[in-house]
Design a protein around this ligand. Structure first.
Ligand code: AMP
Length: 281
């Protein structure tokens, strides 16, 4: 498909970036776009003069034996979905453009990347931080847009941006959901029909803990127990972790103050789903 906005090399992306003065927003994605991605695109479009969307299934953030090979790749469809947003630059590089054979420099964010997803997916955030730092350097955006759906990813990127004095504002968009509460995810296509029916159990578990918080529950262990109790009602749900943590440090909380990040990773069949609520009093 001959598309003026679609570029695949770093040189082309830099040239396009240089052509257009004014504020640039970027939405980094792995493609297989859905309404969650598009909500970020819409916001970035409204808040900037120019808009870049990146589509790159980043091998560095997948574990060996993970779902890298079967991750959905739907570039033609993605470009069609982006059409209404008048994107100024779609950057969809090949692996070798981002990771040439002699590549050897990685960004390691330390403490905040260690618990939760970091504990379950060793090396994941090293891959995320590295590719995001590279995309920031290639595209030099004024603002970059990320989804609250990946709460720890947001925390890691904010930490990296502060620590490395990257001149970009990190903007966080709300999690977009199906009508039954399931958070939109490119991985939802892996769910067989019966699994898809079971998947909103994550949302319901988060709601149960949120309701307890709103009734005044301030014991972190009780909120974790409330999430587990709901998840246990679904035989297809296999819990990896449930967490009620300090949103600033991601440390598990016992006595809650005014803020808590409820989060979980749950396997439904072979598909690993994550979700979270950020609660503020
Ligand atoms: P991904 O393509 O999965 O790497 O996601 C690209 C961006 O979209 C990330 O910042 C995600 O957090 C965000 N995102 C993914 N799913 C959702 C969702 N359901 N609602 C809002 N943002 C999302």
């Amino acid at each position: 498909m001959a598309d003026q906005r679609l570029v695949t090399t770093i040189a082309q992306a830099r040239a396009r970036r240089k052509q257009l003065d004014g504020a640039w927003g970027v939405v980094p994605t792995m493609g297989a776009l859905h309404a969650g991605h598009l909500s970020l695109v819409e916001r970035a479009r409204a808040e900037n003069d120019h808009l870049a969307v990146t589509i790159f299934v980043n091998p560095a953030q997948f574990a060996a034996g993970g779902d890298l090979d079967k991750y959905p790749r739907t570039l033609e469809r993605d470009l069609a979905l982006l059409e209404p947003y008048a994107v100024d630059l779609v950057f969809a590089p090949a692996n070798a453009e981002i990771y040439p054979p002699d590549f050897q420099t990685y960004v390691n964010v330390e403490k905040i990347a260690q618990p939760l997803e970091g504990a379950m997916r060793p090396g994941h955030f090293r891959g995320v931080a590295t590719v995001v730092a590279k995309l920031f350097n290639i595209l030099q955006p004024d603002r970059a847009y990320f989804g609250q759906k990946d709460a720890q990813q947001v925390a890691v990127i904010q930490q990296m941006t502060r620590d490395l004095n990257l001149p970009v504002e990190i903007v966080v968009g709300a999690t977009q959901r199906e009508p039954d509460g399931l958070a939109l995810s490119s991985r939802n296509v892996y769910l067989a029909p019966a699994e898809r029916q079971a998947a909103p159990i994550l949302y319901r578990a988060l709601c149960a803990a949120r309701d307890a918080f709103q009734r005044g529950e301030r014991d972190g262990a009780n909120l974790r127990a409330a999430m587990r109790a709901t998840l246990q009602t679904e035989p297809r749900a296999e819990v990896e972790y449930v967490s009620a943590a300090d949103p600033r440090t991601l440390a598990e909380l016992d006595a809650l103050q005014d803020e808590v990040l409820l989060s979980m990773a749950v396997r439904i069949g072979a598909t690993r789903l994550i979700d979270n609520f950020l609660l503020r009093e």
